[in-house]
Design a binder for this molecule. Structure first.
Ligand code: A3P
Ligand code: MG
Ligand code: MG
Length: 370
């Protein structure tokens, strides 16, 4: 049930119970629209220049390797939805089949947050929604003070975060070629540069969650294909993750909780395989396990007292998107079609929706854009 304070255009959607079992709206199999790459200088190129091929990391490799040589993307630069929009403009120009109007255009990470909210106990967030030309664009609301806090938090995780990237460097061969130095260990394909990314723009052509179209952009770590071969399609894509070796019940529970985010992130984009590299406290890779993304919920259900279930996640995702769609999309969803080609679009209203852990989601209007 949505509670409404219509005078302020303020709406509240409570979280569903975690035990909810009513059958959830279905999520269509994602279809790939296009791909693009962030090159080492962070510029955008259409195509697969930054794609990487999977090559299993050697057990025993040291995930601290190359820490002092890493190159990091400037997190202070707010890229908004730039890459996704550049990719979609190219799709529109070339007349390829793009996203469906009347739905959402955003990063996969935003939808992952909506889905995982029913099980998120600590981290709130805020997103901005703007309706433009028949679709709703969503991005993270990221004011400077929040970003400063996040940077502080991230610096305390810097080493752990680096090991995730180092696992990628040990597990992949870049399409652009390896960049090894004389002292690099076996399996290392080149120093970590977090500016480099390979993005898929996937779309659920007919419907995404229930009848709400989604057009999502998201980074993919690698493909399982012969080195040098062209992009082999969504079903060969693979997500890489790291985890600490599981040695007790508490760590087991933490890992299973983390699986919700891993599952949602990959499943939304249609990435069928997740490989987890397990490392010890010193950063040495001890083992690897591969998970079939679509089987993860079944695997979770087989555990005693599973820490999450996809049903409330899908219900909540659908409920939030329905609420946003209902209030944010104007009744004339495509003003450009009734205006002369050179006429400016009317100013769009900016809406925000924020998540309060354990409670729910608030949607409110903040007025016309700029
Ligand atoms: P792990 O998830 O294995 O720790 P992704 O897995 O999404 O491809 O991201 C690659 C790595 O980047 C992650 O590996 C993690 O180390 C780091 N990373 C991703 N998102 C992050 C964030 N919000 N803050 C800090 N590090 C992050
Ligand atoms: Mg990645
Ligand atoms: Mg990864």
């Amino acid at each position: 049930m949505t509670s409404v304070n219509a005078a302020k255009h303020h709406f509240f959607l409570p979280l569903p119970p975690r035990s909810l079992q009513a059958s959830p709206p279905s999520y269509r199999l994602p279809a790939l629209i296009t791909t693009y790459s962030h090159l080492p200088d962070r510029s955008i190129a259409h195509g697969d220049q930054s794609m990487a091929y999977y090559r299993p990391a050697p057990i025993g490799c040291d995930l601290n390797h190359g820490f002092d040589r890493k190159i990091e993307r400037d997190e202070d630069l707010d890229e908004h939805l730039d890459g996704l929009c550049v990719a979609l403009q190219d799709v529109w120009r070339s007349g390829k089949k793009g996203e469906r109007r009347g739905g959402f255009i955003t990063w996969r990470g935003m939808i992952t947050r909506l889905m995982t909210a029913p099980f998120e106990e600590r981290e709130g967030w805020e997103m901005t929604a703007i309706a433009l030309d028949g679709s709703i664009y969503i991005e993270q609301h990221d004011p400077p003070d929040l970003r400063k806090d996040r940077r502080k938090q991230q610096s305390s995780w810097a080493w752990q975060s680096y090991m995730g990237y180092a696992f990628e460097a040990f597990s992949t061969v870049p399409a652009a070629g390896e960049d090894r130095k004389d002292d690099d260990p076996e399996g290392w394909s080149g120093d970590v540069n977090t500016k480099v990314q390979w993005e898929l723009t996937g779309s659920v052509i007919r419907s995404a969650i229930g009848d709400i179209p989604l057009c999502l952009g998201g980074e993919v770590d690698c493909v399982q294909a012969e080195i040098g071969s062209p992009h082999p399609g969504l079903d060969k894509c693979m997500e890489l993750k790291t985890s600490k070796v599981i040695e007790n019940e508490k760590q087991d529970l933490i890992f299973h909780k983390k699986m919700l985010k891993h599952w949602a992130q990959s499943w939304l984009l249609g990435v069928p395989t997740i490989e987890v590299g397990f490392r010890d406290d010193a950063g040495i890779l001890k083992s690897r396990s591969t998970f079939d993304t679509t089987q993860i919920p079944r695997f979770m259900a087989s555990l005693s007292g599973p820490p999450w279930h996809p049903t409330p996640a899908l219900h909540f995702l659908h409920a939030v998107l329905s609420l946003v769609l209902h209030h944010v999309l104007p009744t004339d969803p495509c003003p450009s079609e009734s205006l002369p080609a050179d006429a400016p679009l009317p100013p769009a209203d900016v809406w925000r929706f924020s998540f309060i852990p354990r409670r729910g989601c608030e949607l409110y209007n903040v007025g016309p854009i700029g």
